[in-house]
Design a protein around this ligand. Structure first.
Ligand code: PLP
Length: 285
């Protein structure tokens, strides 16, 4: 297995960046995760659009063209025999002697790509049962719409979920409204409508979230972009999460209490089954 680091394809086990990389010292960098399914990259254009927005927010120049990035994804996938799984891309401001200010002498951004293979049958089997979530106070910084590698609150929240026998943590704001999951956007189905929080600096605008909206529009499902509370979610017909890695996964328990009959609902199932029919698919070869 190989990785990509700044123009090279070292063995994954030997791949490294400098100890004074600003990603390591300040979380001064951004990332993207794209799903790979049956040899296709899912929603590449939207992921690269968001990458450019995140880089722009940090005033880091896009280190290579979109075409060059796609060529790296394809070459790494070829070397790793990737057909199903994920591509992870991380771009940091680069390595420089530690100092909060941007380096005065320009440095090249650090670009790292890794892949992870999954067995689609296993992923489907795991998702079929749905997942449990816990709720935690949203104590993150105010610009989580930028997809930075600063994910400590998310790490702690997701570990708390695992410790509680759940898979995801839903962040809850001071007013009792769910913002999003530790690595997913949060949805409920209530009164026949798909409900999810509108984008703002307080959530990451998920690409999967957008594709679910496309699916809803194509299938005559109503979408309400509004915040919802935990009691509202507990009383909902269904709940689910979306992300490039979980696609659409039903939530069947919140803080140990079942939603509906405690099984994945029909809308979450249909969304998961039909998702890739509306997603953009880019061949890896
Ligand atoms: N919200 C957070 C905090 C995330 O980390 C992610 C994905 O990693 C998402 C939402 C979902 O975004 P996407 O659908 O683009 O994967």
């Amino acid at each position: 297995r190989f990785a990509y680091v700044d123009g090279r394809y070292p063995r994954h086990a030997d791949a490294a960046v400098h100890i004074e990389d600003r990603g390591f010292q300040f979380a001064d960098g951004v990332y993207e995760v794209c799903e790979v399914r049956a040899g296709m990259i899912v929603d590449l254009t939207r992921h690269l659009d968001r990458l450019e927005r995140s880089l722009g927010a940090l005033a880091i120049a896009m280190p290579m063209s979109r075409a060059a990035l796609l060529a790296v994804f394809r070459e790494l996938a070829r070397r790793n025999g990737l057909r199903n799984g994920w591509i992870y891309l991380q771009i940091t401001r680069g390595a420089a002697p530690r100092d909060h200010y941007f380096p005065q002498t320009p440095v090249n951004p650090t670009v790292v790509v890794t892949t992870r293979a999954v067995d689609p049958a296993k992923v489907e089997a795991a998702a079929a049962a749905g997942i449990g979530v816990i709720t935690v106070p949203d104590d993150r910084w105010g610009r989580v719409d930028i997809k930075t590698v600063g994910l400590l609150s998310n790490v702690l929240a997701k570990q708390a979920a695992r410790d509680a026998g759940a898979r995801e943590a839903w962040f809850v704001d001071r007013d009792g409204f769910v913002t999003e999951g530790g690595s997913t956007n949060a949805w409920i189905v209530a009164n026949g409508a798909l409900v999810t929080r509108p984008t703002s600096p307080g959530i990451l605008g998920g690409i999967t979230r957008l594709v679910v909206m496309d699916f809803a529009a194509a299938h005559g499902l109503k979408v309400e972009e509004r915040a919802f509370t935990v009691p509202e979610a507990l009383a909902a017909d269904e709940a689910f999460v979306t992300s490039a890695t979980s696609v659409v996964t039903a939530v069947v328990r919140i803080d140990g209490r079942p939603i509906g009959d405690g099984k994945p609902g029909p809308i979450a199932r249909d969304l998961r089954a039909g998702f890739h029919d509306v997603a953009e698919l880019t061949p890896l070869i």
